[in-house]
Write a protein of this length. Structure first.
Length: 393
């Protein structure tokens, strides 16, 4: 137990909130991800050709994909590697060429005549114009070689991470696939990691033009154990000068359901309330835990539930609204009846939502929500969601 003292109070005030519920920010303790981190680290150490140097990471929103990419970047940086982080959107391959360009060699691009020549000299390459998508793979391969020629002289390598890979344009993915294959063939010291929603796998694994993704080592991120969450809460609060135990600890832990983003939200809001309510007492109480959890739930809806629903089709949302009427697992036949459709029709959307990891299989004929508190969010916002499905009503 910590004693109230000026020294302890000063520590609480100066250290600041240790929890980081923001996209991609690495928390002080990265819980439940030891295996995939070890695989990546060993891949770097094992040298070119190691399976973990080409990796694909999938998972639902909020399970920590972007955080894991940040950790991979930190590890590679620590080994002196050059690292490039990108998020998928149209023009990804051209952006990679831009960032890799070192001023050596010919990359086969032209610059928009309207670009300012001074800016070009300063490192801005203006707008790329490629004669055809088929020229891009060679261009990206040349850019990779140029960088690797330099970093390999010093015994280092190159890591490229691509977030939200499910949104990658096909021409860009073909360019990246071809360039990565070239680097593999040449035994170069590089690593590629792709992270995205579960739809990334179905989109790219079955495309003949991007078969290299089938060789990428797969990791599916899931929730972490509540024992790990409780230990992380204890350690993180302790290192910031506070202590959480007993009922406050168990309540905070259970409220997360092991969902990594919720761990950060709950910890952040509890810590903030406690530091405001009683700065001279570092012990977390239920008076801190309960309102902190309530604030975390509100934030979860804005940052996870809302965006998740925005990405779904109207029928997907109708399926989820039918599920939300139950307090626990839902019968797929009952869901179909509530939708006014036959079981075969509803099963199509069941499969889509299972693949997206929005819902999960709970045994024969049963499904439940995979994202914590999504049921409650759907109930609270049901009228608005129905209006978005059918604006005329």
């Amino acid at each position: 137990m910590f004693h109230n003292s000026p020294e302890r109070t000063a520590m609480v005030r100066t250290n600041g909130n240790p929890f980081k519920p923001s996209a991609g920010h690495t928390p002080p303790l990265l819980i439940g991800r030891d295996e995939v981190i070890d695989d990546f680290t060993e891949g770097l150490d094992d040298g070119p050709g190691a399976p973990s140097r080409l990796m694909r990471i999938t998972g639902a929103r909020g399970v920590g994909k972007t955080v894991l990419l940040s950790e991979f970047t930190r590890i590679a940086d620590g080994r002196g590697w050059k690292t490039i982080r990108e998020s998928a959107s149209k023009g990804l391959a051209a952006r990679l060429v831009t960032r890799l360009h070192s001023g050596k060699g010919s990359f086969g691009f032209t610059i928009n005549p309207s670009a300012n020549i001074a800016n070009v000299a300063g490192g801005s390459l203006g707008e790329f114009h490629y004669e055809s998508p088929q020229q891009m793979p060679l261009t990206l391969s040349d850019a990779l070689r140029n960088v690797l020629d330099d970093v390999e002289k010093h015994g280092h390598g190159l890591l490229i991470t691509i977030d939200e890979a499910q949104a990658t344009d096909k021409d860009d993915m073909i360019a990246i696939a071809t360039a990565a294959q070239d680097m593999n063939t040449e035994n170069r010291n590089f690593a590629f990691v792709f992270a995205g929603l579960p739809s990334m796998s179905s989109k790219w694994l079955n495309d003949d033009a991007t078969t290299f993704m089938r060789r990428a080592e797969p990791h599916t991120l899931a929730d972490v154990s509540l024992d790990d969450v409780a230990e992380a809460f204890e350690d993180t609060f302790s290192e910031s000068g506070m202590t959480i135990a007993g009922q406050a600890l168990s309540t905070a832990t259970e409220a997360t359901y092991g969902y990594p983003f919720m761990v950060q939200l709950v910890g952040y809001h509890i810590w903030r309330l406690a530091s405001r309510r009683h700065p001279l007492d570092p012990v977390i109480s239920m008076e801190d835990a309960e309102p902190g959890i309530a604030k975390a739930l509100s934030r979860l809806g804005d940052t996870v539930h809302g965006p998740e629903l925005d990405s779904l089709s109207p029928v997907d949302k109708t399926y989820l609204l039918a599920m939300a009427q139950d307090d626990g697992p839902s019968s797929t036949s009952v869901i179909a009846n509530r939708m006014g459709k036959d079981l075969g029709y509803a099963s199509t959307y069941r499969a889509r939502l299972l693949e997206a990891q929005v819902i999960e299989d709970k045994g024969y004929g049963l499904v439940d929500f995979a994202i914590p508190y999504l049921r409650e969010y759907l109930r609270e916002h049901a009228a608005y969601i129905r209006m978005s499905i059918d604006p005329g009503n």
